[in-house]
Design a protein around this ligand. Structure first.
Ligand code: SIN
Ligand code: FE2
Length: 210
């Protein structure tokens, strides 16, 4: 079985896999694509349904993009800022996500969206489930770039015990199967400087949304 022959791979929960240093020298190419995408669909702080601005800035690429506002969380085909389609997903994003999913034991993964999170000093993300997608049989592939952060991965209740993993540049989490709806979140980004991202951390979250 793939899980026990790949030394950089750890199962942090059933169906949830951490792959350390999984990106290799694709990091610069992925980050270049992030800046191209952000030039078209800028990073923004979305408002939650309760009216609070999230501390993380977000943008999307792909056929749909995840948004939040007073009316709730959902996927939309158009960027509400421009009224235009989200920029299409770069090939290197899609190919990387497919390979990572396969490495984690999820073959034939074909994401239709990537949510890009940008963390600055003080940004954090509370425990939540990724549950706005239609097909929970498809895993989430989550790529960390830049400064490190503490990732928390729990179970199916928000307040239950969680595994804590410090994610560094190039680490990847793939979660699916019985962990697909697990609560997860990240701690506060601490000040620092990364050679490729400066004072920031980026997270690419691939999903099959539709
Ligand atoms: C998320 O769950 O959307 C973000 C997780 C992360 O930033 O690592
Ligand atoms: Fe999430």
């Amino acid at each position: 079985m793939v899980l026990f022959t790949d030394p950089e791979l750890t199962e942090i929960a059933p169906g949830a896999v951490l792959i350390r240093n999984a990106i290799g020298d694709l990091d610069e190419q992925l980050l270049r694509e992030v800046s191209h995408l952000a030039a078209v669909a800028p990073f923004r702080r979305v408002i939650t349904p309760t009216g609070k601005a999230m501390s993380v800035e977000m943008t999307n690429c792909g056929a749909v993009g995840w948004i939040s506002d007073r009316s709730g969380y959902r996927y939309e085909e158009d960027d509400p800022i421009s009224g235009q389609s989200w920029p299409s997903m770069p090939d290197v994003f899609c190919n990387t996500a497919t390979q990572l999913a396969a490495r984690a034991g999820y073959p034939a993964y074909s994401p239709d969206t990537c949510l890009i999170n940008k963390y600055s000093v003080g940004s954090k993300m509370g425990m939540h489930q990724d549950r706005d997608e239609r097909d929970f049989r498809q895993p989430i592939v989550s790529v960390s770039l830049g400064l490190p952060i503490m990732f928390k991965f729990g179970g199916t209740s928000r307040t239950g015990p969680s595994v804590k993993v410090r994610l560094t540049h190039g680490d990847v989490i793939v979660f699916g199967g019985v962990s697909r709806l697990a609560f997860h979140g990240v701690g506060t980004l601490r000040a620092g400087s990364h050679p490729l991202t400066g004072a920031c951390r980026y997270n690419l979250t691939f999903r099959v949304a539709r």
